[in-house]
Design a binder for this molecule. Structure first.
Ligand SMILES: Cc1cc2nc3c(=O)[nH]c(=O)nc-3n(C[C@H](O)[C@H](O)[C@H](O)COP(=O)(O)O)c2cc1C
Length: 192
């Protein structure tokens, strides 16, 4: 099997967001890991409107070009890392919206979470996200990169510079993501 495609999904979309720096670090870490072909999927660039399809996504009867394009993007992925901030003790609406737009495109794929925040390290966002991923038949990886007081890792020009612990945690997360992605391959093949 060729290397699976890992999509690193940057969830925050607001002007001045810090999350894109975290997502770029995850991309770099995943490229160094070597187990995946890595793509950055920036929800700010994807630019979806609030969910506007008339049919349930499981039917795949998409009426809008933006949904067809989003479906094509997500279909390319064999695994995902969602990089999420914590907004009001949950994950941002931009990510829920992007998830809700599709259904089968997400199914039977492994997903890992990178969350960042203050003292909470975005853990409430990660906790809220997991049942949503499960509802879409994604398989959440237990190993996660959780980043408390994440501002300490940002340089003056907003580069994210991780310490050894974060790098080690991120690598363990990617190892487990690859293990599950490989294990899920026969299931996805049999589902056609
Ligand atoms: C609408 C909003 C709600 C927030 N709620 C929380 C929160 O519940 N917990 C937390 O740790 N930080 C919270 N923060 C602070 C964020 O951790 C911080 O602003 C971070 O930079 C957000 O990620 P972003 O820059 O990628 O958008 C909130 C920020 C915003 C904009």
């Amino acid at each position: 099997m060729s290397r699976p495609v890992l999509q690193v999904v940057a969830a925050s979309t607001r002007p001045g967001r810090k999350g894109i720096a975290v997502a770029r670090w995850v991309v770099q870490l995943a490229e160094q890991h070597g187990g995946f072909d890595v793509e950055l999927v920036d929800l700010a660039e994807v630019g979806l409107p609030v969910f506007d399809e008339p049919n349930h996504p499981r039917l795949r009867q998409y009426t809008h070009q933006h949904t067809k394009d989003w479906s094509a993007t997500v279909s390319r992925g064999d695994a995902y890392v969602f990089v999420t901030p914590e907004y009001n003790h949950s994950f941002p609406a931009s990510l829920k919206n992007a998830l809700d737009f599709l259904h089968v495109e997400w199914a039977d794929k492994a997903a890992a979470l990178v969350s960042y925040g203050g003292v909470s390290a975005g853990l409430r966002a990660a906790g809220a996200l997991k049942p949503v991923l499960a509802a879409l038949r994604m398989v959440p990886v237990v190993e996660a990169a959780t980043i408390p007081f994440f501002q300490q890792f940002l340089t003056d020009d907003d580069q994210f510079v991780a310490n050894e612990q974060l790098e080690a945690g991120g690598k363990a997360m990617l190892d487990e993501l690859l293990r599950l992605t490989t294990a899920l391959q026969p299931l996805r093949a049999s589902a056609g």
